[in-house]
Design a protein around this ligand. Structure first.
Ligand code: ADP
Ligand code: MG
Length: 250
């Protein structure tokens, strides 16, 4: 693949293809394909729940969650739910919403919940002042009630992962999961770095399902460091900012 100078990589499709090249990352990537009628039909049939999102979206904008149950179909964009009793009606409405924009379809992950709201996890990985990839932070993002996205800019609330995981895992298991996510994050950073030699930090959006499988929802190459400032404990925030300053000085 051609080497790009840009530190920001926008296409979720290109990023997914880069990660799929690594067999130790591949098992954690939900099936992702381009938006078209055939892919929609097959994926909604196989997975029952899917996410449809802009190839170059941010902040959760334009993200759609679709579900198929007992012969009926529905999708949600922002707070509005649209119901259909046939696939053609469902497809037609979605295709008007998507329009001419470039969209992807991804297997939906039934995200764990905390007080009835969905949450996912952001793992921050940065190139250290010594030039080594290191996971520097982990934080949970709790979506608003009735929302299908957890992004801070869409009303999601950054919370310590211990708060979100306490009803799902014991403390020893939480530590193990964090270590696993840190190791996965570092593998992802190294893999991205092969194609993009200039990146110095990534933020990985990870979704957990009931089986505690960490699914890679998205990799951000321009992650917001300030969400870590929302935590009472400022140690992660300080480290993230210190590594950031060091990277800028290079
Ligand atoms: N396949 C999926 N399964 C479950 N939730 C998803 C999926 N894709 C996206 N989401 C939810 O939507 C949010 C935004 O999607 P994401 O792919 O990260 O796009 P953006 O660039 O807008 O942040 C995610 O943080 C997650 O809460
Ligand atoms: Mg995201």
């Amino acid at each position: 693949m051609k080497v790009k100078q840009a530190a920001k990589v926008q296409s979720k499709w290109i990023k997914t293809k880069i990660l799929l090249q690594n067999s130790s990352i591949k098992p954690f990537i939900p099936d992702t394909r381009r938006w078209n009628e055939a892919n929609l039909k097959q994926m909604i049939r196989d997975y029952k729940m899917i996410y449809i999102k802009p190839e170059r979206g941010t902040y959760g904008n334009g993200v759609i969650r679709a579900e198929h149950k007992e012969g009926s179909y529905k999708y949600q964009l922002k707070e509005k739910v649209h119901n259909f009793d046939s696939f053609p009606a469902f497809y037609q409405s979605l295709s008007r919403t998507v329009g001419k924009r470039s969209y992807l379809i991804q297997k939906g992950i039934r995200l764990l919940k905390h007080s009835g709201r969905r949450f996912d996890i952001r793992v921050m990985v940065q190139n250290s002042p010594q030039g080594v990839w290191e996971a520097t932070g982990i934080i949970g993002r709790l979506g608003q009630k009735g929302k299908i996205v957890t992004n801070y800019h869409s009303g999601g609330r950054p919370l310590a992962i211990g708060t979100l995981l306490q009803s799902h895992l014991g403390t020893a298991q939480q530590t193990r999961l964090t270590e696993e996510l840190y190791a996965l994050g570092v593998r992802i950073a190294r893999q991205m770095n092969k194609t993009y030699p200039n990146i110095r930090q990534i933020g990985v959006d990870v979704g957990l399902d009931a089986g505690m499988t960490p699914w890679i929802i998205e990799v951000n190459t321009n992650p917001d460091p300030y969400i870590f400032n929302q935590l009472k404990d400022k140690s992660m925030y300080r480290k993230v900012m210190r590594y950031r300053r060091a990277a800028k000085g290079k």
